[in-house]
Each structure stands twice: as structure tokens, then as C-alpha cells.
Write a protein that binds this ligand. Structure first.
Ligand code: ADP
Ligand code: NA
Length: 333
């Protein structure tokens, strides 16, 4: 009933990391050549759930678009656009705020993580409701597949719950039950300084992450400094179960090279990090430094980025507006 369609988004809240690249963008690029229609968004309305300096937000949105393009997304093959330029997202988001239940939102682990230690009373209402807007981002395109990192799995499950409840409450079969697509060797890239934390742009330590804007020297130096242990690499992945930092570097090597994790261990088993890290650094520099250079080049022409995003928004709206109109009709509006 639903034709296959891929949607995903990233917040322009400043700085893309290797985690965003391996968990999301690199896989967006793979999917654009699958013959399925692909839509990729800068979700700026999610970014403002935490206060953003307006000029910085404008710059970060263009920088994220430059990151998408530099990594290989092609506006002729994928629809690239800004969430706030397609108003159907916000309108469907309101309908979904009336479908989603408070209890569902309260159970979101990302909400709980972001508000522990702090006063949840001081978090924005938007931060609490953001997974409901994310459901609208996906379902306003009747998207059937959403490539995301592991950390977004629960939010895609919530999207499925919202679609099912809407279909049930209004006795329709209108929204698809979307599948999260969480695959590849690095669905959860960890901090280079602490293997128990995910690599994140919000980590205060810049050495904990590789930014897509880092140059070759910085990438190599961060990998040299990455926390590891003194043991050689084992023969099989089970041998890394109690060594999260070592396992993370093997996952990153596999994801960047396209090799299986087993093949990486086949090549490096018995060797220590003194031998493995320079090889990983070379691979990371070869894969990522050209992206950083191309992002810099694209950022010199912000008007061209705006033109691409404007054209993408027109194409996205042409899909979203009829879905919104039908939704409102179903609801009785
Ligand atoms: P962030 O988590 O960096 O704030 P977003 O929430 O906008 O950024 O996430 C954008 C995409 O990047 C999502 O698909 C998310 O799952 C993925 N992602 C973010 N961090 C990682 C990570 N450390 N490992 C794998 N995927 C990640
Ligand atoms: Na995230």
C-alpha cells in the first residue's frame, strides 16, 4: 500500500561528528542510490528546543547542508531541505501532540537523560514534545524507512505508536508503520576518551570526538590520543567485549573501510595499538579530510546552499501538503 520512501534528519545545533557521519550521513548517501526516493532534512525546529543564537543557527544550518553535500548527497537524487521551510511538519506535529500520550513521552530515555541532574521544570516544552514533531517529520512523507543511529531507535518506535494510534482512533489505514534502519559497523560511535559515552557534539572535550570540519592533522592527532589499553587485538569480536574503547576503534575502522569487523581483526589480530592507530589515522584522514575541505569550499557560497535548500523545500512541500490536507480531513477539519 505504501511505496518505499526514506526520510531522515539531523539537527543543525552545531558541529557534525564522526558519529553523525557513520550513524547517519554515510548511510544516507548509500541509500540515495538504492532506487528509493530519499528525503534528508536539516531539522532546525528541533534545534531550537534548546536556545540557539539566531546568527549561529543560520550558519549551522548552511554548514550542515554543506556537510550533506560534501559527504556525497546529490540534490538531483535526494531532496535536501530545511524543516522550517515546509510548514506541514509543524501542522502535523500539532495533530500528533494530540495523539501521543504524556506517559509515552515521559518514557523517552533521551528526555530522561537530558533532564537528569537538572530541573526538568526548566526544560522547554518543545524539548519534551520533540519526538512527536519527529514523528510528523517522518509521517508527513508517509516515509517507510528511517536510517538513524542506535540512539534514535526509541523515537522511531514512538513514531510507529503514533501512526498506529492515529490509524486506530480514526479507523483508517492512513499512516505507514515506519521501520528504523539501524545497520552498519558503527551504529553507536563512542567517545574517544570514554568508551561508556556516545560520541557527541555536546561533549565538553573536543578530543572526545572527530568533527567533520577537523583537518588532517587534527584527525590524526585525536586518533593518536584516543584512550585504549595495552593488550594486542584479539582474533574475534567477543575478545573485545570488556574493552569498549578498543572495540569502538575497530568498529570505526570497519565502518570507514567497508570491511567486516571480523576481516579487520583478521588483518590486525596480535598487533597492539601502536601499530593499529596509525593505520586507522590514515584511513580516517583519507575518508574524512576531503569532506572537510569540500565543506569549506561550499561554505564560501552560502547563496548557492540557500538555492539548493529552497528548491528542495518546494519538492518536499509538494509531497507533504496533500498528506497534511488528507490528515486534517480525516480529523474533521
Ligand atoms: P546529535 O545526537 O549529535 O545531537 P542528532 O540528534 O541530530 O545529533 O542526530 C543525528 C543523527 O546522527 C541521528 O541519526 C543519530 O542517531 C546519529 N548519531 C548521533 N550521534 C551518533 C553516534 N555517536 N553514533 C552513531 N550515530 C549517531
Ligand atoms: Na541524537
Amino acid at each position: 500500500k505504501f511505496k518505499p520512501r526514506v526520510f531522515s534528519g539531523i539537527q543543525p545545533s552545531g558541529g557534525l561528528t564522526l558519529g553523525n557521519y557513520l550513524g547517519a550521513i554515510k548511510r544516507f548517501v548509500d541509500m540515495q542510490d538504492s532506487g528509493i526516493e530519499t528525503l534528508y532534512c536539516m531539522v532546525d525546529m528541533h534545534a531550537i528546543t534548546v536556545w540557539q543564537d539566531p546568527e549561529a543557527l543560520r550558519r549551522q544550518t548552511r554548514e550542515l547542508a554543506a556537510g550533506y553535500l560534501a559527504a556525497g548527497l546529490d540534490p538531483a537524487k535526494s531532496i535536501l531541505f530545511n524543516q522550517s521551510q515546509v510548514s506541514a511538519h509543524a501542522e502535523l506535529g500539532w495533530v500528533f501532540n494530540c495523539v501521543a500520550r504524556m506517559g509515552w513521552m515521559n518514557r523517552m530515555t533521551q528526555w530522561k537523560d537530558k533532564t537528569t541532574g537538572k530541573n526538568a521544570e526548566q526544560a522547554s516544552l518543545g524539548l519534551f514534545a520533540y519526538p512527536s514533531l519527529m514523528a510528523a517529520d517522518i509521517l508527513v512523507y508517509h516515509a517507510t524507512h528511517v536510517p538513524v543511529g542506535e540512539d534514535q531507535k526509541q523515537h522511531v518506535e514512538l513514531t510507529r505508536d503514533i501512526a498506529a494510534k492515529f490509524n486506530h482512533d480514526y479507523k483508517v489505514d492512513f499512516f505507514p508503520i515506519t521501520e528504523p534502519v539501524i545497520e552498519g559497523a558503527a551504529t553507536r560511535v563512542m567517545s574517544l576518551r570514554d568508551g561508556s559515552k556516545k560520541m557527541s557534539k555536546s561533549d565538553p572535550s573536543d578530543n572526545s570526538r572527530i568533527n567533520l570540519t577537523d583537518d588532517a592533522d587534527k584527525i590524526a592527532s585525536k586518533i593518536r590520543k584516543a584512550k585504549t589499553d595495552a593488550e594486542p587485538l584479539p582474533e574475534s569480536m567477543e575478545g573485545l567485549d570488556a574493552r569498549p574503547e578498543a572495540k569502538n576503534l575497530v568498529n570505526i575502522y570497519a565502518a570507514l573501510s567497508g570491511m567486516s569487523k571480523e576481516a579487520v581483526l583478521g588483518e590486525f589480530a596480535g598487533q597492539g595499538f601502536g601499530a593499529f592507530k596509525p593505520k586507522l589515522a590514515d584511513l580516517a584522514v583519507a575518508s574524512l579530510a576531503p569532506i572537510s575541505v569540500e565543506m569549506g569550499r561550499l561554505m564560501e557560497d552560502p547563496a548557492e546552499i540557500d538555492r539548493i535548500l529552497g528548491a528542495g523545500a518546494d519538492r518536499a512541500a509538494a509531497i507533504a501538503e496533500p498528506v497534511l490536507a488528507q490528515t486534517l480531513d480525516i480529523v474533521g477539519m
